[in-house]
Design a protein around this ligand. Sequence first.
Ligand code: BG6
Length: 469
Amino acid sequence: MTELRKLPEDFLMGGATAAYQVEGALDIDGKGPVAWDTFLVEKGRYTAEPASDFYHQYPVDIELCKKFKIDSLRMSIAWSRIFPKGYGEVNQKGVDYYHQVFAECKKHGITPFVTIHHFDTPKALFDDGDFLNRENIKHFVDYAKFCFDEFDEVYYWSTFNEIYPAATNQYLTGVFPPEIKFDLSKTITALHNMMYAHAQAVNIFKEGSYEGEIGVVHSLEPKYPASDSPEDIHAAELDDALSVKFLMDATYLGYYSEHTMACINEILAANNTSISIDENDFVEMKKAANRNDYLGINNYVSHWVKAYNDESQMFYNTTGEKGTQVYRIKGIGERIQRTDLPRTDWDWLIYPEGIYDLLVRIKKDYPNYQKIYITENGLGYKDTFEDGIILDDDRIDYLRGYFNYISKAIDEGVNVKGYFIWSLMDVFSWVNGYNKRYGLFYVDFETQKRYPKESAYWYKLVSETKTII
Ligand code: BG6
């Protein structure tokens, strides 16, 4: 019998959520609109009302955290609850709401781990160009500072959730509003502007007298060449430069390395476009580069990349119909579907070794990283609910696989301090609606009743014993 792996005694076990995906209450108590509100209605899709009704159910969810030994709740603040227009007048009811949530966390000994921006820029600023508009960087930084000043109950701050998907889903895959496809110039400009905004927020935090830690949450997905051919090796390198190195360089170097920029310029040239980056931004970014207290990593998948130089093509599987995803970007590559590996109904390859490769690489390439929290990982699945019982063995297998590789990386000296499952409870998914469930707790979206899945009991045991069973 093989010995079960252990996690460090102080390893934090958390559950992750995001305001727009759980709160509901989209237009009450003075909350301002976000682009998603109208976008989803216009598309005739599901909406995020009432989602998991966290706006009202938060005492139930926080109590569940306590009951199931979930030490920390990763959540985000909805920018437009605080500043309905994104700037200017403060909505006191929104401020009060988050104070109540943090008080409830305190009551149960649950640590809030708070993201400032999770895909929900207020509509007024979004319509004005979102992070393509440099004016909005200032509004974001003011909002971040407001949060630092106001919510001293919060110790852990993340500036942004997933800068890469935020920009690519808006301007490359086009699955988020404003649904622009294959615009590499907009994509990379938005990435840079958000990294610059992150740096400014970190510097304000570090130069203020705030108690706590600050970091950023990146979605990092390992890229492997689809074959040994030099073309495929180079395609994987290009994809990695845009989706990993561009962000990690900005975060931990405060500039883009020569190699990263050479890849970015090659991608831009292949798409007949260019960008301009103000060199002055690097002053602020370099100052922030050694000030990140932690790195949050969201990782679900890994990719195998094949050279691709024809016109870009994209079909994003939002239906759960396996085998429908197509991802080909001109001048970067094609992310192929390896049929020999397990994958979800949404075509997300399941490859737990990937998280190990990623962690080991970060330690090597960015030795000033301090520490890491896995801020999202989990299995999106069509759970079956029978008489209040949800047997989600596939999710447990998925989690066990990832935990084992995280623990292997820890054993090899990578400083991983905690893990947040995506998601705490079932939530609204931006592009998939409600049938792709991730939660430890099943939500009946009609009654808003919560039911622990089998995985919730597994997670509790792991948390209690720090043993990966
Ligand atoms: C991450 C996001 O990209 O993945 C979450 O931070 C998101 O907001 C999660 O819900 C899962 O993605 P999806 O598309 O399966 O809901």
